[in-house]
Design a protein around this ligand. Structure first.
Ligand code: MG
Length: 384
């Protein structure tokens, strides 16, 4: 791995909250990646929803496969830009660890429940998972990751939460939200790779589920351009293979676009190290035409998939499950696992407990506590 001067160098890491001797064979960021892969929260991602609930079909993306796709895209781009591949991999694999069950519906419901208790933000929760909630080491909570990986994990944060973080860890990962600064290029890259990944796989899952038709996609310029290109190269291509070839070409074009636009931005800004990167505007970017086409695609997915009546129906149920779980544990904390029940500050303990649940555990707990079965997650089916 060749590292550019503006990349994060593990030998010059800002270090861990609890200092540790260097590992004999691995860099600090490889070590972070390995800690994340071995964590409990990482294994739970396989049973957490991205857009579709876990029971709706075995072939849809889960948060685990999504995280792997983000890591793959981010590594490809990192290699071309001489950024740190190990750091982008660690960050990408951890970026969704704080997600609640049932995707955005679960997060919104939990945020509403926590409105009077400091709210709930999934990015901040991902940081909480690696800083506090994982229990793997004898001497401290959390995974004790390096500053650079934690910086990448906290990709958004409200000002009030940033101030709270700043009092606990002066000059730490909350600081840039107060100062209006950027994170490392590796962190910026994971953010954009996340967007590229879900735009592509949500088209795939949307068509697979039957909620989006191939005809509808012809109205989306980014998809249509590469469908035409794929057909020009393979005139007899149709159906699923045509869709895959379209998405494959679309992904490649976006990756090359980010590499070209970012190289140009770096060449103009000429940061000599990551400290300078942090003082500059965001340098990892799409070129303007691709940015516009990506925004159009996102709007299309929002209107036609995320707000599809069939998706909305299950997400309404999911919201109800989270709200009623929250109420049940607030009134009787002993219904939670002992470690959570014993914690002072019940609302945050309840939020942490619910946020850690998989889709099916949350549905079963809801049924146990209310006697109602709102979501039947017992019969996984093979779809498409
Ligand atoms: Mg994501």
């Amino acid at each position: 791995m060749t590292l550019a001067g503006y990349a994060c160098d593990p030998a010059r890491s800002r270090g861990r909250r609890y200092p540790q001797a260097a590992a004999p064979t691995r860099t600090e960021f490889q070590r972070d990646r390995d800690r994340i892969v071995h964590s409990t929260a990482f294994r739970r991602l396989v049973y957490k929803t991205q857009v579709f609930l876990n029971h709706e079909g075995d072939l849809f993306r889960t948060r685990l496969t999504h995280s792997l796709e983000v890591a793959q895209l981010a590594r490809s781009i990192a290699r071309a830009l001489d950024l740190n591949e190990d750091l982008v991999e660690a960050t990408a694999l951890a970026h969704d660890l704080g997600h609640t069950p049932f995707g955005h519906a679960g997060q919104d419901a939990l945020d509403e429940c926590m409105a009077a208790h400091g709210g709930f933000e999934h990015n901040l929760q991902s940081l909480r998972v690696v800083d506090e909630l994982e229990e793997r080491y004898p001497d401290y909570n959390g995974l004790n990751l390096s500053f650079e990986t934690r910086e990448g994990i906290l990709k958004h944060c409200s000002l009030s939460n940033a101030r709270r973080l700043e009092t606990l860890e002066p000059g730490g990962v909350g600081r840039r939200f107060i100062d209006g600064r950027q994170p490392s290029l590796e962190a910026q890259l994971c953010n954009l790779a996340d967007e590229i990944a879900y735009n592509a796989h949500d088209i795939d899952d949307g068509v697979r589920s039957g909620l989006i038709s191939l005809a509808q996609l012809e109205e989306v310029p980014l998809c249509e351009e590469f469908r035409v290109e794929a057909l020009a190269a393979h005139p007899h291509l149709m159906g699923r293979r045509l869709l895959f070839e379209t998405i494959r070409r679309m992904l490649s074009a976006q990756v090359f676009d980010v590499i070209d636009a970012t190289r140009l931005a770096i060449a103009l800004a000429r940061p000599v190290d990551v400290e300078q990167v942090r003082q500059m505007p965001a340098l990892v970017r799409f070129g303007e035409p691709m940015r516009e086409r990506s925004t159009t695609l996102k709007r299309f997915l929002r209107l036609n998939l995320y707000r599809h009546p069939q998706v909305a129906q299950t997400t309404d149920c999911a919201r109800q499950v989270v709200r009623e779980l929250f109420a049940a544990y607030m009134s009787d904390g002993a219904q939670m696992q002992a470690g959570f029940a014993a914690r002072p500050g019940r609302p945050r303990a309840v939020a942490d407990y619910i946020a850690g649940m998989t889709d099916r555990f949350a549905a079963r707990e809801h049924e146990r506590l209310t006697g109602q079965r709102l979501l039947d997650l017992s019969r996984p089916e093979h779809a498409g």
